[in-house]
Ligand binder design. Sequence first.
Ligand code: XMP
Length: 516
Amino acid sequence: MDTRVSDTTVSLDKADTATKHLLDAVRGCTFDDFLFAPQFSVLERRDPTTIDLTCRLSEHLTLRRPIVSANMDTVTRAPMAIVQAEEGGIGIIDRGFKPGDIEPQVREVEIVKRTQHGVIADPYTIPLTATLAEAGAAMRRSRVGTLAVVDGQRRLKGLLTERDLRFVTDDRLTPASVDTRMTPIGKLVVHEGAISIDDAERLMVERKVKKLPLVDRHGTLMGLITAKDILKQKRQVFATRDDHGRLRVGAAIGAKGDYLERAAELVRVGVDVIVIDIAHGHSVVMARAIEEFRKRFDAVELIAGNVGTVDGARFLGERGVNAIKVGIGPGGGCTTRLTTSFGVPQLQALVECRAAVGDAIPLIADGGIKRHGSIAEALLFGGDSVMLGSVFAGTLETPGDVVHKPVLLPESQKAVKVPFKVLRGMASIEAIQDRLDVEDADILDLQALGAEGLEVSVPVRGSARPIFQDMIKHLCSSVSYGGASSLGELKQRFWTRPERYLIRLSPAARRESYER
Ligand code: XMP
């Protein structure tokens, strides 16, 4: 059993005065119950590039922006996870794939890990003997535009890019082998041995090349550096990257069935953090799952949830998880509270869980955030980061098809076709149905499974990126209004003297504040 919680836990009876004040203040409360009183601002400018919003995602992982996209099958697959990580947050790839269908989730993780690099340690290769048609198929499958051409001993022979294949559509040409179109090694700039990114950049500028393959002294392919990656590393200064310069990504698994096998495959392709995600994380099922997981993956960063009480947070903390996901029923696509009458208002849940585990274990405030201001609330009341689902619904990067539905314009009474995408709770009938592969099952059988989620249509919007960036700007403004110069400082000030900040709203004040 992990000792961190008992060592550092504020026993709630002995909690300091400020924590007690907070515990009392938030009982039965959620986001729209509060405003914060503005404090003397010390910032000249609310500049997101200079205000430090660094947070801990989990014990060993840091984010420069405290945003996590939810592991929902209508929210986070590779495109969303890439935007999140490039902007400084992280995406958690959902497990909404059918049991035994592990490969599709693994593919999504692989795509994120291969989006950008410092040095690509294992570039996609194609044998010298392959045909152009095979090379084209390999590019489409891997979604990369450059293949290293190698011989049987993995010695570099050339590079083949999308451009080399651009006009190769003729049936007579595609059976030709890749060496007919590749740039042969003699015409490439190749570096022997290791090289720093700065030196690689200098060399590439000097020699006017965009790709730098690395080989050992026998000519064996050791890696590839691309100008695109170097540029991205420089432009996206807040991006969440691993030690190899690759974007970080998480993936969710369940607590039963194929979860260990799924975890093994995800770890194999370099997932940065695993989330054991079940609706009620304070349970015998979770205890067993964590125990089994830890037996197999001792060093893998593990987040578990969801919980929403002191006991729930301690229960997970004592089992050695690296972060705890907090939220029982606040989610936009969630009907748990309606269907069971169980749940905890999200701000109460956050303060209780924070008081339970102290600073030892980071908390992810999961669900219920509809307006940007609630992010600051979730972070001040105890979250280290926030997990968001519906806020990103309908964006370009969410999975799912666009469907056009007629919508009646009130002014003209004319129907226009509006594009929609689906957002659904992971415990909705539809999501369960897809996961269990029971399309033929009677709807009553499905209801017997105890659905706790909704499916709704959401108008299609643009990219999630500007939404993310707007949230960050608004969070910086919150830091400024709160009289701090960084998120960390604001949290510290809040937990030292919460009474200076907290304004409990009357119904009229709530209407004045949040109803527009
Ligand atoms: P938001 O409010 O950001 O919340 O959309 C996202 C979170 O909602 C949770 N979630 C569910 N909870 N039944 C639930 O009880 C569901 O079907 C469901 N789907 C998602 C989940 O924690 C997610 O991160």
